[in-house]
Design a binder for this molecule. Sequence first.
Ligand code: AMP
Length: 284
Amino acid sequence: MKVVKSVKEMHLISGQLRLDGKKIGFVPTMGYLHEGHLSLVRKSKENSDITVVSIFVNPTQFAPTEDLDKYPRDFERDEMLLNQENVDFLFYPDKDEIYPEGFSTFVEVGEITKVLEGESRPSHFKGVTTIVSILFNIVKPHYSVFGQKDAQQASVIKKMTSDLHFEIEIEIAPIVREKDGLAMSSRNVYLNQKEREDALVLSKSLYLAEDLIKKGERDFNIIKEKMIGVISQAETAYLDYIQAVESDSFSKVNLFEKGKSYFVLIACRIGRTRLIDNLLIQIN
Ligand code: AMP
């Protein structure tokens, strides 16, 4: 695996790969890798000739009050893990090269970025779509894979890719969980022992929702009340939102209809750590 730091070098490499007729797969990450990230890498390797992974803790997607400075980083470990996966290129640019002084161009997606995560973190998606556009332009992938863990982000990226006519196939990969159900996240490292136990209420409440839906419940308000009951069992949990949305449009729903698919999404603070999780459901 070759580590590429310079934007110019990455441009040259991906330009040449395209000339050589190679299909480039791309996995953007913020590093501190876990099995969730590696599942995306494996998907990219299955679906392309050359896989590029980027590690960049993107400052524009963090609000001033958020955890940019303390976001976990371990480049050496990440490099080793990606080497083991036989990744071809690790793009690891400096923030000053990506955002030089005077940088002032942003990419903003409408509607779908205004709800849920967009409501709780108002400038977040603007930062995400800007960095992903920049990385798409540098890496020039044919294919890129994102995690359902960040379901709204994945939908926003799909919308941006379609609206801006990026000629890139976007794939969404399923959520990878710890054995006990907690969705893997780089931020799980912030949790102390008690909080780690409490964090299980996110996945537990989603499993309960799944179970109720399987048993025929179609009224989301009833399901939500029961989910809140699960969350309230954890002392360190502070609920941000629980919401059901149509899976394509992310418009909020209260009643599930036959033949449609939905996300049930949850965001919760466990102590000082904000965690998100979701469940994709198809109503038959
Ligand atoms: P991040 O490094 O948190 O920006 O995540 C990079 C990519 O990995 C995003 O597309 C995430 O959705 C994805 N990802 C993060 N956690 C998981 C997980 N537990 N399962 C699957 N994909 C994940």
